[in-house]
Design a binder for this molecule. Structure first.
Ligand code: HEM
Length: 445
């Protein structure tokens, strides 16, 4: 690939660009947008290359901050704009059959299988579960002293997804799954693990970009896999036909390995981003007393849902937990004046588009009202990505955010732990509130 064909970008060394992207991403994105315009290239150390000899080792990332370009990429033929390869760093964890690492035609076949339990009435049916879990957990929150809301949001979203997938209700069983998954995720996204993992890959010449490929990774994964395979075996020997997601998946013919990959994908994708978005929602809303009061003062259920929906959409606009999605060009593509070569990675950037004053008026202001009675336009609001890869859990996640927000604010009086807004800090591949959304619970309402 010839760098001369790529859109402009910083000329600093690859390592320096990578370091800024990892350490100071939000500001780096804003600086590059201001300096190079709405299409720019970063030269980043590849993190998702496969083992020795496989694939390209140099993957320039072309960031896209223009809704028209993003629309073109999301609508492009998925045979020429690939996604699976950009997710390969997850393959060792989520498995070869996970929707995240597949491309066409297998991706679409998998998407059709996963779609039904995450859409329509099925999603609405989780409302009571989410409210019940939230109410039960609030009872254990500390009163009168500051705490970060994020771990509590993660406990809620993890319990919800475990119960939705396995249909279990028994507290000890729920806690067992929570511990297993919590340990896996804390382990794998921690700085220590990532350093040991990188070192291991360098020494053994393993797939440096594949998170599941080292001995420490396998130690973390094994107990989760054992538990999942045990559950699948139990279901196969005594088919129940329950209303949970696993029962729905088992209605189609699948191998144990395919089911395992689907379950771990849903367990991970199904709670981590939602919990971080909820932490952001509290972080923003509690610092906007007028909007907080408005959410609580709606005259009826429909109006309250509509306002909660606007709060959720505004939080996703201003603080998208995944700042970009990635695609790999399998064939050259022309975007506006740019001729992009095959092999380049494209990064449609929700973070930049959603705070562009030419796209969203007064973009830095948290103003849920902008989404009352008006749905955001598809390519101007992309916190869930787009096209054939758009997040399959988008409806589930937004319902969960509305219900958790409303239930918490209905039950208790919260205020921010301090006046200053929290900064955005990278946690693994996500943008999270720097202090986890610190709040003080003054008491019941
Ligand atoms: C606020 C919470 C969430 C956010 C911000 C989010 C965001 C995203 C994004 C940006 C993508 C990539 C889309 C693309 O490449 O165009 C994605 C994919 C995906 N998400 Fe979510 N997600 C959330 C919650 C969930 C939940 C709750 C589930 C499941 C219950 C879920 C399941 C998935 C799946 C299966 C995919 C892969 C889709 C495909 O490749 O076809 N997500 N999500």
């Amino acid at each position: 690939m010839n760098a001369a064909h790529l859109p402009p970008g910083p000329s600093s060394p690859r390592a320096a660009q990578t370091l800024r992207w990892l350490a100071d991403g939000p500001r780096y994105l804003r600086d590059c947008r201001a300096r190079y315009g709405d299409v720019f290239t970063l030269d980043l150390l590849p993190y998702a290359v496969a083992g020795p000899g496989a694939g390209t080792r140099w993957t320039p990332w072309v960031f896209l901050a223009n809704p028209e370009h993003i629309k073109q990429v999301f609508r492009a033929d998925p045979a020429t704009v690939l996604t699976g390869e950009t997710n390969m760093f997850l393959r060792g964890v989520v498995g070869e059959r996970s929707i995240l690492v597949l491309d066409e035609p297998m991706h679409m076949a998998e998407r059709r299988l996963l779609h039904p339990p995450l859409h329509g009435d099925r999603v609405a049916g989780y409302r009571d579960l989410i409210a019940d879990v939230t109410r039960a957990r609030i009872r254990h929150w500390p009163v009168g002293r500051p705490f970060a809301v994020w771990p509590h949001m993660r406990a809620i979203t993890l319990e919800v997804i475990v119960r939705a997938i396995f249909g279990i209700t028994e507290a000890a069983e729920v806690a067992r799954w929570q511990n297993l998954l919590g340990r896996l995720l804390d382990g794998m996204t921690g700085a220590r693990f990532l350093a040991v993992h990188g070192l291991h890959a360098m020494v053994t010449g393993g797939r440096a970009g594949d998170l599941g490929e080292s001995a420490p990774a396998r130690r973390l994964l094994r107990p989760v896999d054992d538990a999942i395979f045990t559950e699948i075996a139990a279901r196969r020997s005594a088919p129940g036909g329950g209303g949970d997601i696993l029962s729905a998946l088992m209605r189609e013919e699948r191998t144990d390995q395919q089911l395992r990959d689907e379950l771990i994908t849903l367990l991970i994708a199904g709670h981590e981003s939602t919990s971080t978005m909820l932490a952001w929602a509290f972080e923003r809303l509690l610092r906007h007393p007028d909007q907080l009061a408005r959410l609580r003062a709606q005259p009826d259920e429909d109006a309250a849902e509509a306002y909660a929906d606007a709060v959720v959409k505004e939080t996703l606009r201003l603080r998208p937990v995944l700042p970009i999605v990635l695609r790999k060009l399998a064939a050259p593509m022309t975007l506006g004046e740019h001729q992009l070569p095959a092999g380049a990675w494209l990064a449609p950037c929700a973070y930049l588009v959603q705070r562009d004053p030419a796209v969203h008026a007064d973009p830095e202001r948290f103003r849920p009202e902008r989404f009352l009675g008006t749905a955001p336009k598809a390519h101007e609001w992309t916190p869930f990505g787009g096209g054939v890869r758009r997040c399959l859990g988008a409806n589930f996640a937004q319902l969960e955010m509305r219900v958790v927000l409303r239930t918490v604010l209905d039950q208790v009086e919260l205020r921010p732990a301090g006046p200053a807004a929290e900064r955005t800090r990278r946690r693994f591949i996500t943008y999270a509130p720097s202090r986890g959304g610190r709040v003080v619970l003054a008491g019941p309402r």
